[in-house]
Unconditional design. Structure first.
Length: 410
C-alpha cells in the first residue's frame, strides 16, 4: 500500500507540473456536413456559422480536436463510405489547419487501412496487401512520414499522433494480429509501431505518441497489453483508451482500470480518446446496459458526460477526454446512411445538446461536478425507422438500424 501511495504521489506531481488537460471531440466528418449545407445551432437556436470556432469558444470550452486518417478511402465499399469513410490526407488537411488556427491541440489518428480499423477488422490497405513483413514496416514509416510532412508544411503540425486505431488485437492483419495473452506476432507488431513512431519522432519531434486500445472494461487484459508493449520496447508516450459504457461496463470498472494503469505505468499519461452516449435510443442487444443509470435522452446523455468528467478528474494520470463523432447532425440533410444518435447535436433539430456544454468540466480544478437534474423525456421509449428517425407507435414493425454492433464504426 505504501508503494502504491508513493507511485500515485509521484504521478500527481508529474501531471501537475507538465501535462495540460484536454477536452474535445473527434470531428472527422465535419467537412462533409458543411459541404452538404447542414445547419448547426446552439442550444437556444442561435445559428453557428463555424463549428470549430464555436467549440473553441468559451461557451463550449474545448481545446482539442481528433481527426482520423485512412490510406486510400476511395477503396472503401459504398456501405463504408455511407458510414463516414472519406478521410484521406487531402480531406483532413484543411480541417487540421482550422483546428490549429483556432488555437486548439490536434490529434491525428492513423488507421493504417482504407476503411475502419477496430477490434473486428484491421484490414491492410489494398496497395499494401502483397508486401513482405519488412516492406510493410518500411511502408508504415514512409506513409506516416509523408502524411505528417504534409501537415507540418501546411502549418498544421499535430500535437499528438495515434499509431493505429483500437489495436488491442494488433493491426495490418494477419501480419501483426496479436492477443494480450499469447505470444504470436508481437515482434511484427513492434516493428510496425516503431516504424510509425520513428516517422513521428523525425517529422514532429514535439508531438506525443499514443497507443490506443479498446479493452477499458477488462482491466487485466488492458494492463497486460501495455506490459507487452514495454517488453517489446515499443516507443510511445501516452496510453489511449476507448470507453463506451454500453460496451465497456460501468464507470467503476473504468476507474479500476485507470488505477491499475497509474500503479503499473506511473510514467504514462492516459487519454480517453473516444467516448459517447445515446440521446435518442439505446442499442437493442449485445451491449452492457447502462439505461438504469443514464436514460437514452438528452438529459441522460448530459448526466453521463458529467459523471464521466467528474470520475476522470479523480485520476491524475488522465489528461484528455474526446467525444467521438459529436458533429453528427441529420437536420436538413443526412450525410451518413443511418443515424446513430449519440453525437452532440440533435439530428431532428440541428440544435446543440446539453452534453456539449458540460464536458469542459473535466478542465476544472475542483473534484466532482454537480449532477444534472434528469427530467422525464419519453423519446427513449419511441420507435425508430431504419434511418433512425422517430416513428409513430402505430407504425407497423419499424426496423432497428443496429444489431448488437456499432452502426457507424470509427
Amino acid at each position: 500500500m505504501k508503494r502504491h501511495i508513493l507511485i500515485l504521489s509521484a504521478l500527481m506531481a508529474t501531471m501537475s507540473a507538465g501535462a495540460q488537460r484536454l477536452v474535445g471531440g473527434d470531428m472527422s466528418l465535419l467537412p462533409s456536413y458543411e459541404a452538404a449545407g447542414v445547419a448547426y445551432f446552439s442550444q437556444d437556436g442561435t445559428p453557428v456559422s463555424d463549428v470549430i470556432d464555436y467549440v473553441a469558444g468559451s461557451e463550449v470550452g474545448w481545446n482539442a480536436v481528433r481527426l482520423r486518417l485512412f490510406v486510400n478511402p476511395e477503396n472503401a465499399t459504398a456501405q463504408q463510405k455511407g458510414e463516414g469513410v472519406w478521410q484521406d490526407i487531402s480531406y483532413i488537411l484543411p480541417l487540421a489547419q482550422r483546428v490549429k488556427a483556432a488555437g486548439m491541440k490536434l490529434l491525428i489518428d492513423f488507421h493504417y487501412s482504407d476503411s475502419w480499423a477496430d477490434p473486428a477488422q484491421q484490414t491492410k490497405p489494398k496497395a499494401w496487401q502483397s508486401l513482405s513483413d519488412d516492406e510493410l514496416a518500411a511502408k508504415v514509416y514512409d506513409y506516416t512520414a509523408a502524411s505528417l510532412r504534409s501537415l507540418t508544411e501546411a502549418e498544421a503540425t499535430p500535437d499528438y499522433v495515434q499509431i493505429g486505431n483500437e489495436i488491442s488485437f494488433g493491426m495490418l492483419w494477419p501480419t501483426a494480429k496479436v492477443d494480450a495473452w499469447h505470444d504470436t506476432n508481437w515482434s511484427q507488431l513492434a516493428d510496425l509501431l516503431n516504424s510509425g513512431a520513428k516517422a513521428c519522432r523525425e517529422i514532429c519531434p514535439q508531438a506525443k505518441i499514443i497507443i490506443h486500445t479498446e479493452q477499458a472494461g477488462d482491466t487485466e487484459t488492458t494492463v497486460n497489453y501495455y506490459k507487452r508493449l514495454a517488453a517489446e520496447g515499443i516507443d510511445y508516450d501516452i496510453i489511449g483508451l476507448s470507453y463506451y459504457p454500453f460496451w465497456h461496463k460501468a464507470l467503476s470498472q473504468l476507474s479500476t482500470t485507470l488505477d491499475r494503469l497509474a500503479a503499473d505505468f506511473p510514467d504514462r499519461e492516459v487519454q480517453i480518446v473516444e467516448t459517447a452516449y445515446y440521446y435518442q435510443w439505446p442499442p437493442s442487444s449485445g451491449y452492457d446496459s447502462q439505461s438504469a443509470t443514464w436514460p437514452a435522452t438528452p438529459e441522460g446523455q448530459q448526466q453521463y458526460a458529467e459523471a464521466l468528467a467528474g470520475q476522470l478528474k479523480k485520476h491524475s494520470n488522465v489528461t484528455a477526454l474526446y467525444w467521438w463523432f459529436p458533429e453528427e447532425n441529420g437536420h436538413q440533410n443526412s450525410v451518413i446512411s443511418n443515424w446513430i444518435n449519440r453525437g452532440l447535436w440533435d439530428n431532428n433539430t440541428g440544435k446543440a445538446l446539453p452534453a456539449l456544454y458540460v464536458l469542459k468540466g473535466f478542465l476544472d480544478d475542483a473534484d466532482g461536478i454537480t449532477p444534472a437534474t434528469v427530467t422525464k423525456d419519453n423519446r427513449h421509449t419511441d420507435r425508430y425507422s431504419l434511418s433512425g428517425q422517430a416513428v409513430s407507435s402505430t407504425t407497423p414493425t419499424p426496423i432497428s438500424i443496429i444489431d448488437g454492433r456499432k452502426v457507424l464504426k470509427k
